[in-house]
Design a binder for this molecule. Structure first.
Ligand SMILES: [Zn+2]
Length: 52
Protein backbone atom coordinates (compact mmCIF):
# COMPACT_ATOMS: atom_id res chain seq x y z
CA UNK A 1 0.00 0.00 0.00
CA UNK A 2 1.35 3.38 -0.93
CA UNK A 3 0.72 5.96 1.68
CA UNK A 4 2.23 9.36 1.23
CA UNK A 5 3.56 11.19 4.22
CA UNK A 6 3.72 8.12 6.41
CA UNK A 7 6.72 6.59 8.02
CA UNK A 8 5.60 6.60 11.63
CA UNK A 9 4.15 3.16 11.77
CA UNK A 10 0.95 3.50 9.85
CA UNK A 11 -1.38 6.05 8.39
CA UNK A 12 -2.86 8.58 10.71
CA UNK A 13 -6.28 9.98 10.32
CA UNK A 14 -6.16 13.73 10.42
CA UNK A 15 -9.05 15.86 11.50
CA UNK A 16 -9.68 19.44 10.61
CA UNK A 17 -9.92 21.72 13.58
CA UNK A 18 -9.56 25.32 14.62
CA UNK A 19 -6.92 26.19 17.15
CA UNK A 20 -8.37 27.50 20.39
CA UNK A 21 -5.42 29.76 20.88
CA UNK A 22 -4.75 31.51 17.59
CA UNK A 23 -7.95 30.49 15.76
CA UNK A 24 -5.93 29.14 12.91
CA UNK A 25 -7.19 26.20 10.92
CA UNK A 26 -5.14 23.12 11.60
CA UNK A 27 -5.23 19.37 11.49
CA UNK A 28 -4.92 17.13 14.47
CA UNK A 29 -4.15 13.42 14.57
CA UNK A 30 -7.00 12.79 16.96
CA UNK A 31 -10.68 13.43 16.87
CA UNK A 32 -11.44 16.94 18.11
CA UNK A 33 -13.81 17.09 21.04
CA UNK A 34 -16.12 19.97 21.59
CA UNK A 35 -15.41 20.07 25.30
CA UNK A 36 -11.68 20.26 24.81
CA UNK A 37 -9.52 23.03 23.40
CA UNK A 38 -7.65 22.24 20.22
CA UNK A 39 -4.22 23.60 19.64
CA UNK A 40 -2.29 23.81 16.43
CA UNK A 41 1.26 22.52 16.29
CA UNK A 42 2.71 25.92 17.16
CA UNK A 43 0.51 26.58 20.15
CA UNK A 44 0.74 23.01 21.34
CA UNK A 45 4.52 23.00 21.43
CA UNK A 46 4.49 26.47 22.96
CA UNK A 47 2.27 25.27 25.79
CA UNK A 48 4.28 22.12 26.18
CA UNK A 49 7.51 24.05 26.51
CA UNK A 50 6.07 26.48 29.02
CA UNK A 51 4.58 23.65 31.00
CA UNK A 52 2.59 25.64 33.51
ZN1 LIG B 1 -2.58 27.94 17.38
Amino acid sequence: MAYQGGGFGGPREMHKAVCSECKKECEVPFKPREDRPIYCKDCYSKRKNEGR
